[in-house]
Design a protein around this ligand. Structure first.
Ligand SMILES: *[C@@H]1O[C@H](CO)[C@@H](O)[C@H](O)[C@H]1NC(C)=O
Ligand SMILES: *[C@@H]1O[C@H](CO)[C@@H](O)[C@H](O)[C@H]1NC(C)=O
Ligand SMILES: *[C@@H]1O[C@H](CO)[C@@H](O)[C@H](O)[C@H]1NC(C)=O
Ligand SMILES: *[C@@H]1O[C@H](CO)[C@@H](O)[C@H](O)[C@H]1NC(C)=O
Ligand SMILES: *[C@@H]1O[C@H](CO)[C@@H](O)[C@H](O)[C@H]1NC(C)=O
Ligand SMILES: *[C@@H]1O[C@H](CO)[C@@H](O)[C@H](O)[C@H]1NC(C)=O
Ligand SMILES: *[C@@H]1O[C@H](CO)[C@@H](O)[C@H](O)[C@H]1NC(C)=O
Ligand SMILES: *[C@@H]1O[C@H](CO)[C@@H](O)[C@H](O)[C@H]1NC(C)=O
Length: 581
């Protein structure tokens, strides 16, 4: 009887034990309500669970904790203390405003932390000090207004940092000084107009810098990227209107440069040559009008040019150091003039990848709205043509003028593409577009106030991709002395010379000029003399010890006068006082 009772009890215990074990297996005691736990992956998925706080009953073994898309406002003191195995903590898209001190205490294995898309305003000192293994920190899309100097202290393994700088008034250069292992920095949004000098001074290991969405960023200071040794630089959606040649030039290990969505208008020749290892340039959606010849000179490994969505009318092969390494050329959505300047692309088209959208012709007689790459070689040799320049006013011009006159020589040329005009002086040096002798915007040469030494033969050279044509003009300037005799007339005050077709210009010096000059001279002479006198007067007034009156004694002629009679002192001398100036 007793034995049976014992047996029953044993069975009961065994049953209870089995029950408890099966219960434990069914509902994992350490998976919080409203979360989903994957025991094999040790992943706790509390995403989209309407949580307003971090659940407290989390498994100590968890490796991934997903708290995205909730309503958590605060990370409390020592909240995650037990999660010593956790590698990945995702808090994206919550309402985080406050990260308490020691909030991350205990997360000694954590490698990935995502706190992006929250409302954090400040990173205080030592916020991340308990994360020695953290490699990736994403804090993008917050409203950071302040990053304290020691905020990143303790992040001894950090390699990648995403930061939102929309509301920061400065680059937190000092805070970055803690991040000596950082290799990649993403700056989302920057409200600065100019990237200051030495902004990333301490990031000696940084290889990749991405600055995006900075609508006010007009310029990079000359030393803003100094001490960086980047392989990849991206500055997109900014307001840069010129290529930052100077700030970049020391980045000799740079492989990829992306300046897309900046209103840059040209890439000038010979200015990128220091970037010896550059392989890729992306400048999509800019305002590029020109890529000058030799723009990529010195870039022997240059293999990708991505300039879609610009305003380029052509791209000449002379822009590249060598066409052999070039593998990818993205040129769609540019108003290309399809002529002989693009023939090189056709010749190399088997080696070149033009991307998904082919380049299209926008101004061409036969090819408008076609891609020239869709034609065969034989068709194209007749379609991608140029017309050699021809100077229309090709009669030799000989002009004799008097010294001081102004002469204009025209040079009118036609050709396809429109030829560029340049002038050369008698010493065969190019005439610039400034100075006394200069090239006007319409291509004419103007010699202002001609001097005898300006005499000689000038050349106009009209050239385009198809060839050149030239024009000679000769100028003879008679010296001033002989010219005065010939154009001397009294009433002729002409403020500026009026050019006429033959280049005969009236001299501006005449008799009246001399008269006026002389009278101005006299006037100034007199005024300076008067000023001298006034000064002498004032000086003499200021000298207190000089007598201002003089008393002169005299004896009147008639010593006996009627009035003085009986006065006794008629012999007394009279005086008069004279005031001295
Ligand atoms: C986590 O849970 C959310 C919501 O149920 C789900 O959409 C998501 O796919 C889950 N994530 C993983 C990695 O299982
Ligand atoms: C967390 O879940 C979301 C979906 O709700 C997913 O997009 C995200 O990648 C997950 N995070 C991690 C670290 O798995
Ligand atoms: C941050 O800047 C955005 C616009 O750039 C603004 O709407 C927001 O109010 C700013 N936040 C703070 C906290 O200043
Ligand atoms: C961008 O720069 C231009 C001048 O280069 C200026 O007129 C414009 O206001 C700037 N845009 C912004 C958003 O600052
Ligand atoms: C710069 O970086 C390259 C590779 O990215 C490296 O080979 C070179 O040693 C670095 N130079 C300096 C001065 O750190
Ligand atoms: C060209 O640049 C744009 C913008 O940076 C990018 O999205 C695209 O992938 C690039 N194309 C190639 C072929 O690299
Ligand atoms: C070019 O401009 C100058 C000055 O405006 C004028 O004298 C000249 O005739 C112009 N030339 C042509 C070819 O239009
Ligand atoms: C002009 O064209 C000729 C061939 O037609 C060429 O020999 C000459 O070098 C060219 N001159 C210039 C300055 O380009």
């Amino acid at each position: 009887m007793f034995e049976r009772i014992v047996l029953h009890l044993r069975l009961l215990w065994a049953l209870l034990f089995l029950l408890s074990v099966s219960l434990a297996a069914e509902t994992h005691p350490l998976c919080p309500q409203s979360c989903r736990c994957d025991a094999e992956l040790l992943e706790v998925n509390c995403s989209l669970s309407q949580l307003s706080t971090v659940p407290s009953d989390l498994s100590r073994d968890a490796i991934i904790l997903n708290l995205t898309h909730n309503k958590i406002k605060t990370l409390l003191h020592q909240q995650f203390q037990s999660l010593r195995q956790l590698l990945h903590l995702d808090l994206n898209d919550n309402l985080l405003e406050v990260v308490e001190l020691d909030a991350f205490l205990g997360l000694e294995s954590l490698q990935f932390l995502d706190i992006s898309s929250n409302d954090i305003l400040v990173f205080l000192d030592f916020t991340f000090q308990d994360l020695p293994a953290l490699q990736h920190l994403n804090a993008a899309d917050n409203q950071l207004v302040f990053v304290s100097r020691h905020a990143f202290t303790g992040l001894n393994s950090l390699q990648e940092l995403h930061l939102d700088a929309c509301n920061l008034t400065a680059v937190p250069t000092e805070s970055f000084s803690q991040l000596t292992t950082l290799r990649s920095l993403h700056f989302h949004c920057l409200s600065l107009t100019s990237l200051p000098n030495y902004a990333f001074h301490y990031l000696v290991q940084l290889k990749e810098l991405i600055i995006s969405h900075c609508p006010w960023l007009d310029a990079l200071s000359g030393n803003s990227l100094l001490s960086l040794n980047l392989t990849s630089l991206t500055i997109t959606h900014g307001n840069l209107s010129v290529m930052p040649y100077l700030p970049l030039h020391h980045l000799v290990y740079l492989v990829s440069l992306d300046l897309s969505f900046n209103p840059i208008t040209s890439i000038q020749g010979n200015l990128l040559g220091d970037l010896l290892r550059l392989q890729e340039l992306h400048l999509v959606g800019g305002s590029l009008l020109r890529i000058e010849t030799r723009a990529f000179r010195g870039l022997v490994n240059f293999r990708l040019l991505n300039v879609s969505r610009n305003r380029l009318t052509t791209l000449e092969s002379g822009a590249f150091q060598s066409l052999t390494p070039l593998k990818t050329l993205i040129l769609d959505n540019n108003p290309l003039a399809c002529d002989c300047r693009l023939l090189w692309m056709v010749q190399r088209r088997v080696y070149l990848d033009f991307g998904r959208n082919l380049p299209m012709c926008s101004s061409s007689l036969h090819l408008e709205d076609w891609s020239f790459l869709e034609f065969s070689d034989t068709e194209l040799s007749g379609l991608l043509t140029c017309q050699q320049p021809q100077i229309l006013n090709c009669k030799p011009q000989r002009v004799k003028v008097n010294q001081g006159q102004t002469v204009v020589f025209d040079c009118i040329a036609e050709g396809d593409p429109t030829p560029s005009l340049s002038w050369f002086n008698p010493q065969l040096r190019p005439v610039s577009s400034t100075g006394r002798i200069w090239v006007l915007t319409n291509g004419s040469l103007e010699v202002r106030y001609a001097q005898p030494q300006d005499s000689g033969t000038y050349y106009c050279l009209a050239s385009n991709a198809a060839g050149n044509d030239s024009l000679k003009v000769s100028l003879q300037v008679r010296p001033f002395l002989t010219s005065r005799k010939s154009t001397f007339h009294l009433g002729g005050w002409i403020p500026s010379s009026s050019p006429d077709v033959n280049g005969n210009h009236e001299l501006t010096f005449d008799f009246k000029t001399l008269l006026i000059a002389a009278s101005i001279g006299f006037l100034s002479f007199f005024s300076s003399v008067s000023v001298c006198f006034i000064f002498m007067f004032l000086w003499s007034k200021s000298k207190g010890h000089i007598k201002h009156t003089a008393t002169i004694k005299y004896v009147p002629h008639s010593t006996v006068s009627t009035s003085a009679r009986g006065n006794g002192n008629y012999m007394e001398t009279s005086r008069f006082t004279m005031k001295l100036l």
